[in-house]
Design a protein around this ligand. Sequence first.
Ligand SMILES: [Zn+2]
Length: 275
Amino acid sequence: MSAPSILGEVCSYLACPICGTDLILRDGVVCENAHAFDMARQGYVSFLVGRSPHTGDTAAMVESRGSFLGAGHYDAIATAVSQAVSASAGLVVDIAAGTGFYLARVLDDHPELVGLALDVSTAAAKRAAKAHERAAAATADAWKRMPVGDGQASAILSIFGPRNGDEVSRILAPDGVAIVVTPMPDHLRELRDRFGMLAIQDDKDARLDTQLATLRLLGRERLEYAVSLGPAEVLDEIFMGPSAFHLDRSDVAKRVGPEPLAVTVSVTVSAFARS
Ligand SMILES: [Zn+2]
């Protein structure tokens, strides 16, 4: 399916992020009150309203993310996420979707679903627009009203992303599931210690449950395993995330040796339902 035709299908689940009325496909999308949102040449809709204070991933970060995820080191996370999706029809929304990697995996495994990749970064939305033939992509700020109708998301993915509990509760279907992946303190600890990456707060799961207090925890799975990363993969892992904003790639590159590094992957995969 081409980008406009999948957007036409996804459109029935969407709502204007300004006024909440239904959206229809017309040179991009437009609501009942004539709020219009452009379709970019690269196949994503721009729902960013005004200036966002949130810094999205740069094109270089998206490039690193695509290379790293493509190497398969987080496939076990994608499997756990996809297995937690129970919906038999409808829309899956990936909030802060990045390249659309996890969404594409869910859509591969669940041929009855269509997808919407949301990200504040235009570089990410461009890439996510090509992630899967049944996924539409859009730029949107996860901290504002999302362009999805009340109760219209059969599944929501939030993988290492920001969590706006009020909006997740609003858009999640009564029988829907929100799947949240959170890094644990040991996640990438070998890289954090050695290269000065940002630390992970100790109480991530507790903070997560507070952020999503309007939802009910269905289950939580801990995933921990070791990966062996070559020098280019080490750089991609460090520079696909927020550490890219305060580390210098050429400086770090000089400190990465030629030998593969054993690196710990440690996350929780939590499933939430409406309470
Ligand atoms: Zn509107």
